[in-house]
Design a binder for this molecule. Structure first.
Ligand code: CA
Length: 517
């Protein structure tokens, strides 16, 4: 890969340009890393997929959305067309992202709230940020965390939850649970986009009363510029930036910036919701202009981060990754649930990696799964030797450096859906019920749903994504049994490897071709 040598050339150029800033990463010999993942940002809401150099790479027409900064960023990056969020829901995604383990091992099988003590990031897990910290990085977290079981630990109201809602969803994360992040500006989960709040490194609360992506970007820019001496400039940095929009609510100018809303407000729902599986007559269609406005606003704020890197001469030394925790159905499949389903709008997320001088820009259809992200980011950063042994995901970094690298590509990405299991008399969830398992391959999407008591099949989803890209025809299993058996064989193999509850409990074993070995 010759990375250290190439890196040195980039660094020398920077020293000539700006000797003050060039100390970033040069001493440690490591690139800086920025991982930004706005919430609920579907892959289809990227304008560049309609451009000449991209549109042959996907079989959908992108949303009519403006993302000028991401368009340019994509031209400079390796862009994955088929990145999958295996358990497309905030907390389970984040658990897998942080630990490189599937939802049955990360500690986070369900969305975190105070009624679910069984769903909280494992304290003993070595997270991506722990590895970067151990490798000598300054680590900074900005925005929504939603990864821990809330406890009554409000720094401003000792002995109480940070909110009075029952169950509590929002949370304060004390220093002992920050997994190597030595700079903190975060909250659990909270959905008033123009009235956000954060707890900083010292536990001080901030209520800035402005659109959260804009505010977070200001904090990110200040961090990059080292205002207030918040980081050690002799160290490389690892930053995670978790903006909440384009997550709901997306109903009014309380949720997005007016300048962005003006771009969409005069377009009919028919012309905004152009996917053939969308229903512009649903009440939720009214959200479309606000959703797309949120996307455009996030694009602008992302651009400000890129501009700061450029102005400081840091862009050559910095790996920038843009992704999301899951997608958004936005009336597709006529569901009100934006996520947590096996539909493409829910599972297919952006995954765009820029590493100037190291990666050759282009599109790749790698079926990356969420647990692969941590080892892959560590691999991209030259830290493959530090990938913890209990990580279940794979390091696909070699494929980013060289499309033809001798790495076995995945045949499919698992789909996981869990529900509350037993609930005690106090209303506390005791375990989780794995209601659905499935697999997404390059050609098909399959999901099997089971009954909680009998553990037998209740219904299924099977789409031929090549011939039916908008997933309009749910194919009956029995009429496509050869395809089903092939998909189930791969699903069973993967579920067995990760020691999923379906494999441990032998659910549907020897039916539909499922064998757990
Ligand atoms: Ca989410």
């Amino acid at each position: 890969m010759n990375r250290p040598f190439k890196y040195l050339i980039g660094s020398l150029g920077l020293i000539a340009l700006n000797s003050c800033e060039a100390s970033n990463a040069t001493q440690a010999g490591q690139p800086n890393v920025i991982y930004i993942f706005p919430d609920q940002f579907r892959n289809h809401a990227l304008e560049f997929w309609g451009d000449e150099s991209f549109r042959e790479q996907v079989n959908f027409t992108p949303d009519p959305v403006r993302t000028p900064r991401l368009n340019q960023f994509a031209r400079e990056s390796v862009v994955l067309s088929s990145a999958q969020s295996n358990c497309p829901l905030s907390s389970p995604h984040r658990g897998m992202l942080f630990t490189g383990m599937y939802a049955n091992k990360s500690g986070v099988p369900l969305n975190c709230n105070s009624s679910r003590p069984i769903s909280s990031l494992r304290e003993d897990a070595i997270c991506m940020s722990d590895v970067f910290s151990e490798a000598g990085y300054d680590c900074a977290y900005f925005g929504k965390l939603h990864l821990d079981f809330p406890t009554p630990n409000d720094p401003q109201r000792p002995g109480r939850y940070v909110e009075d809602r029952v169950p509590a969803w929002d949370a304060y994360t004390p220093p002992g649970r920050r997994h190597g992040f030595n700079y903190w500006y975060s909250y659990g989960t909270f959905d008033e986009h123009k009235n956000p709040h954060y707890w900083d490194t010292d536990g001080q609360r901030h209520d800035p009363q402005e659109w959260s992506p804009k505010h977070e970007t200001d904090k990110v820019v200040a961090y990059l510029r080292n205002e207030g001496n918040v980081r050690d400039k002799s160290k490389p940095f690892f930053m995670m930036i978790a903006m909440n929009p384009p997550h709901s609510p997306y109903r009014s100018l309380e949720d997005c910036m007016e300048e962005d809303y003006l771009l969409y407000k005069d377009t009919s729902f028919d012309n905004l919701l152009i996917r053939p599986n969308a229903d512009p007559n649903m009440e939720k269609a009214q959200c479309a202009p606000y959703y797309f406005a949120s996307i455009t606003g996030v694009d602008r704020e992302f651009g400000r981060i890129l501009d700061t890197l450029h102005d400081m001469g840091l862009d050559e030394n910095t790996i920038v990754i843009f992704s999301s925790d899951h997608g958004e159905t936005m009336t597709s499949q006529r569901t009100d649930d934006p996520k947590n389903s096996p539909y493409a709008e829910s599972m297919n997320v952006p995954f765009i990696v820029r590493y100037p001088g190291q990666l050759t820009p282009g599109v790749d259809d790698l079926l990356i799964s969420t647990p692969d992200v941590m080892p892959t980011v560590l691999g991209l950063s030259g830290l493959e030797a530090q990938i913890p042994g209990d990580v279940q995901g794979y390091n696909y970094a070699p494929l980013f450096f060289d499309k033809d690298a001798s790495v076995t590509r995945p045949q499919g990405a698992l789909y996981l859906q869990n529900l509350n299991g037993d609930i005690d008399t106090e209303g506390m969830v005791q375990n989780y019920f794995p209601v659905s398992r499935g697999i997404k391959t390059h050609q098909y999407t399959l999901a099997l749903y089971i009954d909680k008591n009998t553990k037998q099949l209740t219904h299924s989803v099977l789409f031929d994504d090549v011939n039916d890209p908008y997933q309009l025809n749910n194919l009956p299993l029995e009429e496509n049994i050869d395809i089903v058996r092939e998909l189930c064989a791969e699903m069973g193999k993967q579920l067995n490897r990760i020691e999923d509850p379906w494999a441990l409990e032998k659910i549907l074993e020897n039916q539909y071709g499922i064998i757990y070995n």
